[in-house]
Every structure is written in structure tokens, then in C-alpha cells.
Write a new protein. Sequence first.
Length: 177
Amino acid sequence: MNEVKTESPVVSWVIGVLSVVVVTAVVIVLYGLPERGAAPGTPGVLATVNAVLNGSTAALLLAGFGFIRKRNIKAHRTCMVTAFVLSSLFLVTYLLHHAQVGSVPFQHDGWIRGVYFAVLVPHVTLAAMIVPLALFTIYRGWTGRIAEHRKIARWTLPIWLYVSVSGVAVYFMLYHL
């Protein structure tokens, strides 16, 4: 019988705490700080950096997927670790940006407002989910637990890709429509 090895309680605890800290930090920065008066329609440098980091992460995720399909493990690992680093940098710049400007309201009405929220709501929900998924996926791959890595990566990749691509879409809808 195939026994599925689970993470140690310490690893699970660390990933759980990191996930809660990240989500809590985002909520506090967006909604817990005093009003800062965002400038609608004019992206700051950090907003643009965020979009570039998200787009670069998406490109690396796709490249990493392509490499693993070709059994190029070294290139796959490099792409995925770099995507994780860029996502982590994104988180830092995202928090800095929103600490400065607060939550940026969508300025348009009509059908495009519906499209915006149809992209934004799953983006936000899945962004919270991707933190523990990415951490567990990377941990399992890094520790050589390839069968468990593959099982979770099948869920992590499309969710992480959606979060990265939809982040760029949200940026364009907020600042370039």
C-alpha cells in the first residue's frame, strides 16, 4: 500500500503561520490603516512594479511548466524558485504601495465594472489560497517528495498563474481604461 507522507508538524505550523501573517498584513494595509486618498487613474511606480512582477511571475511559471514537461528539472526548479522570489518581492511592493495609497477604487461604471469585479473577486480569493499552496509545493519539490509535489502542483500552478495574470489585468483596468 502506498503511504502518503505528510509534512512534519513544524513545517505545517510554519507554513500556516506564514500564510496567516501574509493575509493579515494585506487586510491591515488595505482596510486597517487610516484613509490615504489614492490618486485614481494614475499608477505610482510601485503599482507598475507590481504589474511587472506579476507578469514576470506568470512567464516564469509557464516556462517552468514547459521545462518539467521536457524533464529539465534544473531549469524547472530555477524558474519556479525565481517565480516564488518575484511573488515575494511583489508582496513587499504591494504592501508598500497600498500602505501609501490605500485601497484604489475602480472608477468606471456599466458593464466594465462587472468585468472588473468578476476578475477581482476570484483574484483576491485565490491570492489568499496560493500562499500555503505555493509554500507546500515548493517544500515538497525541494525535499525530493516528487509524488506529493506533483499532486499539489497540479492545483498550485493554475491557481498561481490565474493570480499572476489577473493581477496584471486588475492593474490595467484600474489605471489604463
